[in-house]
Design a protein. Structure first.
Lengths: 278, 584
């Protein structure tokens, strides 16, 4: 029986503000699930803490909503425990690039086969509007009344530097493109990172900014060309969306893990006890 | 022949000149020959070099502690003698590098110079000093050369011939120059009992395999790393997975993920790493995910004394974390017990869907003991309660359903109809976030109820505490963990002098085996609580928890605290107990 978008939707109402970019991300992911006819019982969504991290409750698959910043290690444990599951880690920019920033390079380094969606609103929304690691310089908030002093991080550059094997950027205002990127990411055999520009209408409304400066990646860009991807990611005047980089030839971690277990052979407890005889 | 049942042999020298290798090989050979062994070693903080010491206590029957005094010292340099002289017994034997002529004069007991350096030079193998001395030791203990030759051939491929030559030369030299009986030789059994030679870390890793552990994530930290290294080797041959994570927070979250996905999962760490894990351990309490955390305690706050032992993490294990989160805490008290308590930890974690902390320490994890090969499990491992597909097909699956025991069936990803969110937010029976006052209280009660269910269940389990000595004595000792051996030997001394004293060592510190402790306390007037930490955490806990019982009998707690990074000496326990007994 064909599953529809509604089959992936839980009966819990999202807590997001009306107009929040995260509604579109939820919508896109459920559509991507439906498009691929994923088995809800074999799909897991893992998250940390923040507005966007409330995500798993709204999805009718298995889910885990852990502590702040840790969706990637949670998702890694799930995937390695059962490589047959489709695992999606979700979170925000504070969760993923600030408190949990240490996990991002390692998930990429392992090429652990899961999808990591960061709903980037460049603000701490749940705690009511403090600057985040992707907030623009000189942003004034209640916690930075004189303006921030830090430069924003560039998540696409980071992902490329960490050698993530799938690096993409989407915009909440462009649903169709986002669904397409999610579908590709779910089919990617390795670590797939997608930054979604997902504005916070309440504390840092960037809809107008993005409507003006978001552009699809140039048609001639080849996602196999990392230097070109880096160059486009460095662009500050416009914000490119689409698939920056893809390398499907590097083996995924759980595949290597499976090989390692096969090559190690089998032993019984008795064999191991024997190795401990004096 | 020696009339003692045990002999302490200590080897001291510069790190990097094979001191530890000498000690370890000697230990193995003695164990092969059928002696029981119990090793102890100090590690310098330096990465390479620095003075090191390796000690083994050999016995004709099971050895329970490292022993207070060294009977035999093998000194590779002068510092070894200087550092050890105050620990030597009155008639100790000194085996030393003969170029250290001053030692022979200073030492009061018998001394046995061996020209190890000269022999090593003679055979053009300057690195072979330790093997020359090993050869000599084998002669003194009548262990023969054969076992050593085959052991060295199996374990050390590099420079094998040279090392074997050094070994034989050392043996021959000692045989020629010291043909008389050595005062500390122990009788060897004709047919050695089958034994394994395990460190506490080995025992925990093997226990995890026996318990069906399928996932381990960890981060290198002294002194817990050996557990990871053993499992790195053996988990894959059991079809399991080991990941070296980027930090301890990641380790624990990977373990949470794997356990959520249905696997038996664990990590091991030491104090600093455990501190980092505390927040995430709350997820296991809140979202009811079975995980096992081993804390191999080391001394001091912050970085402290990374290579030294302590029991200072008790309060952290019992109470660490915010928001009143239930967990279990176990405390093995010997290498053998390490094996069984890990199995017990998995049973409790899985059955009650909760975090279980296993508190061990540096000396327990690092020391090597001979143990009988484990024969089966002392209790059938308990399984996680998983809903049947038929139950799930009825719909309305409530992951956190209120039950009398507090335990609700946990669906595993892959099971159709079981989809739920394991939420670190307070949630209702379905797992949906819920902030209602009544709901929060009811769910707190549900999770806490599991500890009470366990307390009742554990009352029937034999190994929740170990009690020995004179039943009904007025004087008692309550302790936990690795201090048991020293306590046991101190009590033997006291009892042989006619004092009546009894001890109890709980193996589950949370929940405490209250019924057993209360029964123990019934006759006690004075109770010694020895522990290796500064503030006397366990003593305070006992005083607080059993306040009424102690008051009713006008019984007093005598705290005995030691926080030097090293274990108790038998004498320290003995003197403190004597003081308690004889005090007016």
């Amino acid at each position: 029986m064909e599953l529809t978008v509604n089959d992936y939707k839980s009966n819990v109402k999202p807590i997001w503000c009306p107009g929040c970019g995260d509604y579109a991300v939820l919508n896109a992911l459920l559509r991507a699930f439906a498009q691929l006819q994923l088995d809800p019982a074999r799909t897991v969504v893992a998250s940390g803490i923040g507005c966007s991290s409330r995500f798993p409750a709204f999805v009718k698959t298995y889910g885990i909503h852990g502590v702040h910043g840790r969706p990637l290690p949670l998702a890694t444990g799930i995937k390695l425990a059962n490589p047959d599951l489709t695992v999606v880690a979700v979170g925000g920019d504070g969760d993923g690039f600030s408190i949990g920033g240490g996990h991002f390079p390692h998930a990429a380094r392992r090429n652990i086969d899961l999808v990591y969606i960061v709903m980037d609103n460049s603000i701490y929304g749940m705690t009511k509007g403090q600057p985040s690691p992707t907030s623009p310089e000189e942003l004034k908030t209640k916690a930075s009344p004189y303006g921030t002093l830090e430069e924003p991080l560039n998540p696409i550059m980071m992902a490329l530097a960490y050698d993530a094997t799938f690096v993409a950027c989407a915009f909440s205002g462009q649903l169709k493109e986002m669904i397409e990127l999610f579908v590709q990411a779910l089919q990617h055999p390795g670590f797939a990172f997608i930054q979604v520009l997902s504005p916070c209408v309440t504390f840092h409304n960037t809809y107008d900014l993005y409507r003006n400066n978001v552009r699809p990646l140039p048609a001639e860009h080849d996602p196999a060309d990392k230097l070109s991807a880096l160059k486009l990611a460095l662009e500050t005047e416009v914000q490119y969306t689409g698939l920056f980089y893809r390398n499907a030839s590097r083996p995924a971690y759980s595949q290597l893990q499976r090989q390692l277990i096969e090559q190690a052979g089998r032993k019984t407890l008795e064999d191991i006890f024997n190795a401990y005889k004096p | 022949m020696n009339s003692k049942r045990t002999v302490v042999v200590r080897v001291g020298g510069e790190g990097g000149e094979g001191t530890i290798t000498l000690g370890e090989l000697f230990t193995r050979i003695a164990a092969q020959a059928g002696l029981e062994v119990y090793s102890f070693r100090t590690y310098p903080a330096e990465i390479k070099g620095g003075q090191v010491m390796y000690q083994v206590r050999l016995g004709t029957e099971r050895v329970h502690s490292e022993g207070d005094e060294a009977d035999v010292l093998v000194a590779m340099n002068e510092k070894a003698w200087q550092e050890c002289v105050s620990d030597l017994c009155r008639r100790s034997a000194l085996i030393y590098e003969s170029s250290l002529t001053a030692l022979g004069e200073k030492h009061h007991g018998a001394s046995y110079p061996i020209p190890a350096e000269a022999i090593a030079k003679e055979i053009a193998w300057p690195m072979g000093k330790n093997f020359v001395l090993l050869g000599a030791l084998l002669w003194f203990f009548k262990l023969g050369l054969e076992r050593a030759e085959s052991l060295v051939s199996r374990r050390m491929k590099r420079d094998l011939e040279k090392n074997l030559e050094a070994l034989r030369r050392g043996y021959a030299y000692a045989q020629e120059h010291y043909p008389e009986d050595f005062p500390y030789t122990l009788p060897l059994p004709e047919t050695p009992e089958p034994r394994l030679i395990l460190s506490g870390a080995d025992a925990m890793a093997l226990g995890a395999l026996a318990a069906g552990c399928q996932f381990y994530a960890g981060y290198p930290i002294t002194p817990a790393t050996p557990i990871m290294e053993v499992l790195a080797r053996y988990l894959p041959v059991f079809g399991g997975t080991l990941v070296q994570a980027e930090d301890e927070i990641a380790s624990l979250n990977m373990v949470l993920g794997a356990a959520f996905a249905g696997k038996r999962a664990m990590t091991a760490t030491s104090g600093p790493g455990f501190s980092l894990m505390i927040e995430s351990m709350g997820v296991a309490s809140m979202a009811e995910i079975p995980i096992v955390i081993v804390d191999v305690q080391r001394a001091g706050p912050s970085t402290g004394l990374p290579t030294k032992t302590s029991q200072g993490d008790l309060f952290l294990a019992l109470y660490g974390g915010h928001g009143d989160a239930p967990r279990f805490v176990l405390a093995p008290d010997s290498v053998k017990d390490c094996y069984y308590q890990i199995i017990n930890a998995f049973s409790l974690a899985e059955y009650f869907q909760m975090p279980v902390v296993v508190l061990t320490d540096q000396t327990l994890a690092a020391r090597v003991e001979t143990v009988p090969p484990p024969a089966g499990l002392w209790t059938a491992p308990l399984e996680r309660l998983v809903p049947t597909l038929e139950e799930l097909s009825r719909g309305d699956y409530r992951r956190y359903r209120q039950t009398e025991s507090g335990i609700s069936p946990m669906a595993i990803p892959g099971q159709p109809g079981g989809m739920y969110v394991a939420d670190s937010l307070e949630h209702d029976e379905y797992g949906h976030p819920n902030q209602q006052p009544e709901n929060h209280e009811a769910m707190m009660a549900k999770r806490a109820r599991k500890v009470e269910t366990a307390r009742k269940m554990l009352a029937d389990w034999k190994m929740t505490s170990r009690r020995w000595g004179d039943e009904g004595a007025e004087f008692g000792i309550i302790g936990w963990g690795s201090t048991r051996g020293a306590v046991r030997e101190a009590m033997e001394m006291l009892r042989s002098q006619g004092y009546r004293i009894e001890a109890i060592y709980p193996h589950t510190l949370l929940p405490m085996p209250d019924a057993a402790i209360r029964e123990f306390l019934q006759t006690k007037k004075r109770i010694l609580v020895p522990e290796l930490n500064y503030s006397g955490q366990f003593g305070r806990m006992i005083e607080h928890r059993y306040y009424h019982e102690l008051m009713a009998q006008q019984a007093r707690i005598y705290p005995l605290r030691k926080d030097q990074g090293i274990p108790f000496k038998i004498q320290e326990i003995y003197q403190a107990a004597l003081h308690m007994i004889e005090e007016d």
